[in-house]
Design a protein around this ligand. Structure first.
Ligand code: 13P
Length: 254
């Protein structure tokens, strides 16, 4: 059985003091919930402070990006070796990085490889744009993104996949549970073809895009959806706690 996972991607939000406040407000509530992996992904500069605050708690830590070189003259970048001292998870291939920072499939593959090399667990994001969705190209687009990101990777056990349709991110226009389940099922089939049935059965695949306390249950009830990558709602204490709680409750009956 796959353990559900809810990750909060805080994106470029929260100063260090705001991050500390948010974690302090979330910690007890999250610790009272069972059977869900919960991961917070604050901005880089808050990782050290948040790491201290979550010691001894159920919360796991992730970062939002990395560079693929280990060290050197790459002004402003953060390496896998720096991150593995601080956190366990790493978001890679987010559509905002593809769109605003020109990250290509090739760069994303290098980042996945670099993360795995040091033992970081990638949360690999894939998803189609609105016009691709409307042109019926979703399957083609996510299949290509998945294959390219996984070139040269034999072992998927550390990787989590997040299906994030771009038209649903930050728009308030979430996919329906059924739509998300259908594409995630396709992604799982792709994994089965690229690897094998067991790998496909074991890999966790999340949905992301306008997940809130109001629609979380709809997603978590779907058989193929193993959790969520949450943006805006992860910055609101009540919303995030409710999403994790709903996931835990559904898990009991799934
Ligand atoms: P929203 O939940 O704000 O739509 O963002 C989703 C996302 O991009 C998570 O990585």
């Amino acid at each position: 059985m796959r353990m559900p996972l809810i990750a909060g991607n805080w994106k470029m939000n929260t100063t260090v003091s705001e991050a500390v406040k948010l974690v302090n407000e979330l910690r007890q509530g999250l610790d009272e919930i069972d059977n869900v992996d919960r991961v917070l992904c604050p901005p880089f500069i808050s990782l050290v402070a948040v790491r201290e605050l979550i010691k001894g708690s159920s919360i796991k830590l992730g970062a939002q990006n990395l560079y693929f070189e280990e060290k050197g003259a790459y002004t402003g970048e953060i390496s896998p070796l720096m991150l593995i001292e601080l956190c366990e998870f790493i978001i890679i291939g987010h559509s905002e990085r593809r769109q605003y920072f020109n990250e290509t499939d090739e760069i994303i593959n290098k980042k996945v490889q670099a993360a795995l090399k040091v033992g970081l667990r990638p949360i690999l994001c894939i998803g189609e744009r609105l016009e691709q969705n409307e042109a019926g190209l979703t399957a083609e687009v996510v299949t290509k993104q998945l294959k390219s990101a996984l070139v040269g990777i034999d072992d998927l056990s550390k990787i989590i996949i997040a299906y994030e349709p771009i038209w649903a991110i930050g728009t308030g226009r979430a996919a329906t549970g059924k739509q998300a389940n259908q594409t995630i099922s396709l992604i799982r089939n792709n994994v089965s073809q690229l690897y094998d049935k067991k790998t496909a059965r074991d890999v966790r695949i999340l949905y992301g895009g306008s997940v809130t306390a109001d629609n979380a249950t709809e997603f978590m009830q779907q058989p193929e959806i193993d959790g969520a990558l949450v943006g805006g709602a992860s910055l609101k204490v009540d919303q995030f706690l409710s999403i994790v709680k709903q996931t835990s409750e559904i898990r009991q009956v799934k």
